[in-house]
Design a protein around this ligand. Structure first.
Ligand code: G1P
Length: 286
C-alpha cells in the first residue's frame, strides 16, 4: 500500500522554550530563515507524502498560515517588482494538501495521533514528530517507507543515545535483521536506565498501519500519566510485528537549546556564503 498521508502532532506547549513559546509555537522556531516545521514538511514531501494532517491546539494558527499563500504580501512584492523577495516566498512547499484537527486536551502523544483516525481511514500512514529535525542525504521517512513496503510491518526510526538520555525516550529491545534494520522484541516509554533494554531510542518518525488506532483506544495512561504511543505500539508489536530502522544522518532535538543551536549551525554549514564567515566568527567568540 502506498503511503500517501502523514500526521504531524503540533499541539505541544513547548515548555522547554519558554518564554518564547508563550506567544509563538515551538514548531515556528527559526532555523535561520525558515521555521523548523518547514524541514519536516519538506522531508514528508520528499518521501512521497501527498497530504498532511497537523494535530494542532489553540494559538497555533501561524503554522497553517505559513503553508498558506499570503496574497497581500505577494501583491505588494509584485507591485514593487521585488523578485528576490518573491523567490524567497516560493521556498515554502506548496505541493501538498494541508489539513488540521484540534487536540482539545493535552493527554499525550497516543491521544494526539488518535485525532487523526478519520483523516487516515484504512490506509497506512507516516508520523513525524516535529521536534526531531534530521539532516540526511536520503530523507529518513523515504527509507522507512521502503522498508515498510518490502516487509509489511510497522517501522519506527531509532538512534543510539548516550546513557544519560535513555530515560527521555521510548527504548526498544532490538534483534538485528539486516544492516540498520531490527525486529523490535520489546519496548518501553522513558524507562529508568537500569531497566532499559538497550540504548536504541525511538526518534520521531513512524510508519504505522491504521489498526494502530484500535491499540491506542485500548491504551491506559502510562509514563507521565499520558496515553503513550509507545505503549500502543508495544501491543501492536506482539500481534503484528514491528521493525526499527537505525537511520543515517544527524538528528537535532529542536526542543533542546543546545541541539537547537546545532540545527542552526548544521543548516548554516550547508550554505557556503554563511559557512566561511561563521567559522571565523565562532572562533572569535569562543
Ligand atoms: C516522544 C515519544 C518517545 C520518543 C520521542 C522522540 O516523546 O513518546 O517514545 O522517543 O518522542 O523524540 P516526547 O519527546 O514527546 O516526550
Amino acid at each position: 500500500m502506498k503511503i500517501r498521508k502523514a500526521v504531524i502532532p503540533v499541539a505541544g506547549l513547548g515548555t522547554r522554550f519558554l518564554p518564547y513559546t508563550k506567544a509563538i509555537p515551538k514548531e515556528m522556531l527559526p532555523i535561520i530563515d525558515i521555521p523548523a516545521i518547514h524541514f519536516i514538511v519538506k522531508e514528508a514531501i520528499d518521501s512521497g507524502i501527498e497530504s498532511i494532517l497537523f494535530v494542532t491546539s489553540k494559538e497555533k494558527y501561524s503554522i497553517e498560515d505559513y503553508f498558506d499563500r499570503n496574497f497581500y504580501l505577494e501583491y505588494f512584492l509584485n507591485k514593487n517588482k521585488n523578485k528576490e523577495a518573491l523567490d524567497q516566498l516560493k521556498r515554502v512547499p506548496e505541493n501538498v494538501n494541508i489539513f488540521s484537527v484540534r487536540q482539545k486536551e493535552a493527554l499525550g502523544l497516543g491521544h494526539a495521533i488518535l485525532q487523526a483516525a478519520d483523516f487516515v481511514g484504512n490506509e497506512s500512514f507516516a508520523v513525524f514528530l516535529p521536534d526531531d529535525l534530521i539532516f540526511s542525504k536520503v530523507p529518513v521517512m523515504k527509507k522507512m517507507i521502503e522498508i515498510y513496503e518490502s516487509k509489511c510491518d510497522a517501522v519506527v526510526a531509532v538512534e543510539a543515545v548516550a546513557r544519560e538520555k535513555i530515560s527521555s525516550y521510548g527504548i526498544i529491545k532490538p534483534q538485528k535483521m539486516e544492516e540498520r534494520v531490527y525486529r523490535v522484541l520489546d519496548m518501553a516509554e522513558k524507562p529508568p536506565l537500569k531497566k532499559a533494554f538497550s540504548n536504541l531510542a525511538i526518534v520521531g518518525r513512524y510508519v504505522l498501519p491504521s489498526t494502530v488506532f484500535d491499540y491506542i483506544r485500548n491504551t491506559k495512561p502510562g509514563a507521565k500519566g499520558e496515553i503513550q504511543l509507545t505503549d500502543a505500539l508495544s501491543a501492536l508489536m506482539t500481534e503484528h510485528g514491528l521493525l526499527a530502522h537505525e537511520f543515517e544522518g544527524v538528528r537535532c532535538d529542536t526542543g533542546d537549546k543546545f541541539e537547537y543551536i546545532l540545527a542552526i549551525l548544521k543548516y548554516a554549514s550547508m550554505q557556503p556564503a554563511l559557512k566561511a564567515k561563521l567559522k571565523k566568527a565562532i572562533k572569535k567568540i569562543f
